[in-house]
Design a protein. Structure first.
Length: 532
């Protein structure tokens, strides 16, 4: 895959991820806004319901008091009394009621069918100032009859006065019902209001703490409010509803409510949706990152594979060419000397051995990747392993005019491990120190120990590595760049092999390097139990 194509793919995938995350954030924001609007609607609905119930309850209580003063009973009582006086008197026409600013008044006209006397009775509901207007025919009645009629009229007057008094009571209660004569404090029971409010909020699944109060905007003060409430915050709250909104003479009192933890309550409502959305976004981000990492890694592995093929071709081509030349020389009829034959045969054998070692390295790393290897563990002396490895590489170092400094500061050196593999990892590290030293190698092989572990370090003064290179050196096929020249042999498998073997023995390996100043590899291996 070309580098530009890879960049385009990563860019498009990144753009898609940004769009997806933006959409999720937009959706969550809309969800929170919708929940907040629904919350406000439910709260206002609860407040209006409470106000409506308070008003209805007040009406019911008032009419319970008026149960014995109903309109029908008033008129029935008056009519019953008129029926008693129907003979010889009659009432015409029906009483008329007039309402004025001073109150209400009712007019009765009563005629005496015998004497022709007419009486107009007027009584006021607001004032008990009843009066009579009487007209008599010129014909005078008998004295006894007149006295009897007067007594009856007075009795009627008493009855009508009682009716007037009951009407007065009725209008007084109605006026109180309208709130014109009762202060707001007498119309509200704080405990009843709190009970209604809690019930209505709970029925709408609003079960969080709240603060409320009854506010009078005209007076700019609260009639009462809950403890620890801030009057200023309650007064500025958007969650308000009018109390007794149907009062005929007007009433500007309001019930105001505030929820200190409203944000937390709303977030809890959408928490499951937000969590699910967040998890999905994280999963997608992880998959996106992993995909990008895999693509980049595959590209890198492809490049490393090509380098490996080139290196392997170079490493195998040299011994093959050497063997070919030796075979060609042996086939020459002019070569009859036994010493030359032995020389060429020795070259063929060495190059063949070299080919076998290269193939064996590849097979070993493949087996280690599959965990398809068995350690033949025995008791080993790390001092001996270090000495054997140093002797093995010493000739190559001497040829370049270098040296190996062996420093042994260990008190204990016995470990339980595989002799072949332990020797190979030390040789590999010494070989790298030699190969990556551009001038005469100066290698230090140092040993140390404590009560539990054996410490081995190989330090050189070679080309060193950058921090980025140090992160990759234990990967298969990775080789530290040395420029355009192919002057360092190998497949990039040595350090991967070293790390696998050290880990298989329960140890660890670290590297500390500085570009241009050399590298230091430190190995820690657990001591054998009888040594520890």
């Amino acid at each position: 895959m070309k580098r530009m194509t890879l960049k385009w793919i990563i860019g498009l995938m990144g753009l898609a991820m940004i769009g997806l995350i933006s959409f999720q954030l937009y959706w969550i924001d809309n969800l929170i806004s919708a929940n907040e609007e629904r919350f406000q609607k439910d709260v206002l609905d609860a407040l209006n319901t409470v106000s409506d119930k308070l008003e209805k309850q007040e009406t019911i209580n008032a009419f319970k008091k008026l149960n014995h003063l109903s309109r029908a009973q008033v008129y029935d009582t008056a009519l019953d009394k008129y029926q008693a006086l129907r003979t010889p008197y009659r009432r015409t026409p029906p009483p008329q009621t007039e309402f004025t600013q001073q109150g209400s008044q009712q007019v009765f006209i009563i005629e005496d069918s015998i004497y022709g006397a007419t009486m107009e009775v007027v009584f006021s509901m607001g004032r008990m100032d009843n009066y009579f207007f009487q007209k008599f025919n010129p014909k005078p009645p008998h004295e006894e009859e007149l006295l009897e009629r007067n007594l009856r009229i007075r009795a009627l007057e008493d009855k009508l006065a009682k009716v007037s008094h009951r009407y007065e009571q009725t209008f007084e209660v109605v006026n109180k019902l309208m709130g014109s004569q009762q202060p707001l404090a007498n119309r509200l029971n704080p405990y009843h209001l709190d009970s209604l409010l809690e019930k209505e909020l709970t029925s709408r699944r609003i079960d969080i703490e709240y603060e409320y109060g009854v506010f009078q905007p005209r007076l700019k003060q609260f009639l009462f409010l809950t403890e620890n409430s801030e009057p200023h915050e309650l007064a500025s709250s958007e969650l308000k509803a009018s109390l007794f909104p149907n009062d005929l003479f007007g009433n500007d009192s309001q019930i105001a409510i505030k929820f200190p933890d409203k944000r937390g309550f709303l977030m809890k409502k959408v928490w499951s949706a937000m969590t699910t959305s967040g998890v999905l976004v994280l999963v997608i981000l992880f998959c996106f990152g992993y995909s990008i990492r895999t693509i980049v890694r595959q590209k890198k592995l492809s490049e490393m594979k090509n380098d490996f093929i080139n290196n392997m071709t170079h490493e195998l081509k040299t011994p093959i060419s050497t063997v070919s030349l030796a075979v060609e020389a042996l086939s020459d009829s002019e070569i009859e000397r036994s010493d030359l034959r032995e020389k060429y045969i020795h070259v063929i054998g060495e190059e063949n051995k070299r080919l076998g070692e290269q193939v064996e390295k590849v097979l070993q790393i493949a087996a280690i990747d599959r965990n398809d290897f068995n350690l033949k563990e025995t008791m080993l002396s790390m001092r001996e392993m270090m000495q054997n490895a140093a002797d093995h590489i010493l000739m190559q170092v001497d040829q370049r005019g270098g040296r190996i400094n062996l420093i042994d500061g260990s008190q204990k050196d016995l470990i339980k491990g595989d002799e072949m593999h332990i020797t190979n990892i030390i040789i590999n590290l010494l070989d790298n120190a030699n190969k990556y030293s551009p001038e005469a190698p100066n290698i230090t092989l140092k040993a140390d120990s404590d009560d539990d572990n054996f410490y081995l370090s190989i330090q050189d003064r070679g080309i060193g590595m950058t921090r980025d290179q140090q992160k990759c050196i234990f990967e298969k096929f990775y080789r530290v760049p040395t420029g355009d020249l192919h002057n360092v042999k190998g497949f990039g498998l040595g350090l991967a092999y070293v790390q696998k073997i050290v880990a298989a023995h329960g140890g660890s390996i670290d590297v500390n390097s500085e570009l241009g100043k050399g590298s230091k590899f430190s190995i820690k291996l657990p001591l054998a139990k009888n040594e520890a």
